[in-house]
Design a protein around this ligand. Structure first.
Ligand code: NAD
Length: 364
């Protein structure tokens, strides 16, 4: 059950709309601000997809959806929110402007999460003059309403209590929060993805494989392993009975061979973009983005559902969480909490208060 009463979403594009969907489907009211005149249509498209996926996850009926309100300004959107998620485009100047406005108008104890893919929270919270201590990065993965992972990162001014409350908030809406121990650009997920993406660009540019062949190499091979065990546990098993030590002894020295392009980045020119975009068009076989989204969502639900039955029925990895989450949604569907109960929980969640700096004693 969520510990927040009212959320605000600032930015309603691919990621912002995904947050809106997850929050609404958990019965939480959301106020959104996005200056794009098409924002309402885009959010409702994402909502349609999310509802479709959740109906498969909770066939007995979904919880009553939260209410969505389109605000005319950031100030209006955040005015009475307990939790605010910022998902505007990845530009530091824009994040500064938006976060400063959120900070000015949001209740002092509201937690502010930023969806940034790679900007350090320390570099963003300098724009928050009132309560920079409540900013965390809450980096999700697309589609936000289905993929449970959220990387939480605090900046130099973030209070530990804010990280704790953010962790509780994200967990309460069915997510798997992982708190990143040290603040670095792009955190952990995107560091890994960027390394793979850089290498993939070289492989396509050099004509070693097409985008479709590269994707097949992932999805028919190690992608299946990663989805259920990750990298290190898979390698532990790959070491045979001697496990990780043997694996490292065998493959560690390979790192000295020039297998990968390492830090070199291919020139991102029109030729490379055309090459990749054309091959990607061929790979899609005429399926639209919305059709591909449906296929992706159905597959993700099916994978998590299958994993939820593993490990003697207890569920494994994302499947164990999926099992708990779908139960939680079914319970919420059976019994919608009254407004006063939700408000009580929201009150209990008030985060930063505990950690507010002590007021200076008046002299004399
Ligand atoms: N796309 C991804 O896969 C992904 C994954 C994780 C995190 N992110 C991060 O999420 C954030 C948003 O990315 P996205 O892919 O949703 O981008 P997007 O371009 O799809 O959406 C951004 C939205 O922000 C709106 N916007 C612009 N200025 C605004 C303002 N002043 N106030 C409110 N809204 C404003 C735009 O109209 C647009 O709808 C970025 O920081 C990005 O790095 C993206």
């Amino acid at each position: 059950m969520s510990i927040i009463n009212k959320a605000a979403a600032i930015g309603g594009g691919v990621i912002g709309a995904g947050w809106v969907a997850r929050l609404l489907l958990n019965g939480i009211d959301v106020s959104i601000f996005d200056p794009d005149p098409e924002a309402s249509r885009k959010v409702s498209e994402v909502m349609k997809g999310a509802r479709r996926a959740y109906k498969q996850m909770v066939p007995g009926g979904l919880p009553k959806e939260g209410k969505l309100t389109f605000a005319k300004t950031i100030a209006e959107a955040v005015a009475d929110a307990d939790f605010i998620q910022e998902s505007v485009p990845e530009r530091l100047d824009l994040k500064h402007r938006v976060l400063a406005e959120i900070d000015t108008h949001a209740p002092a104890n509201a937690i502010v999460g930023s969806s940034t893919s790679g900007i350090k929270p320390t570099d963003m919270q300098v724009a928050m003059k009132k309560h920079p201590e409540r900013l965390v990065v809450g980096h999700p993965f697309n589609p936000v309403y289905l993929l449970p992972l959220v990387e939480i990162v605090g900046g130099e001014q973030t209070f530990p209590e804010a990280i704790e409350v953010a962790r509780e908030i994200y967990a309460s809406i069915g997510m798997k929060p992982v708190v990143i121990r040290k603040e670095i650009e792009a955190f952990v997920g995107d560091r890994l993805l960027e390394a793979a993406w850089r290498e993939a660009l070289w492989l396509i540019k050099d004509g070693i494989c097409t985008v479709e062949e590269l994707d097949d190499i992932m999805r028919y091979g190690f992608g299946l392993r990663w989805a259920q065990m990750g990298m290190f546990q898979v390698y532990r098993v790959a070491g045979g009975e001697a496990g990780m030590r043997h694996f490292m002894a065998q493959f560690g020295p390979c790192l000295k061979w020039p297998w990968t392009k390492l830090m070199d980045v291919p020139e991102f020119n029109d030729e490379l973009v055309d090459l990749i975009a054309t091959q990607s068009d061929d790979q899609a076989h005429g399926l639209s983005i919305r059709e591909l989204e449906k296929i992706r969502d159905d597959n993700l639900v099916a994978i998590m559902d299958a994993l939820s039955k593993q490990n003697k029925g207890k569920g494994w990895g994302a499947g164990a969480l999926h099992k708990d989450y779908t139960r939680q949604l079914a319970k919420l569907a059976a019994k919608k909490p009254t407004a006063s109960k939700a408000a009580e929980k929201a009150k209990a969640a008030k985060p930063v208060k505990k950690a507010e700096k002590p007021k200076k004693k008046k002299k004399g």
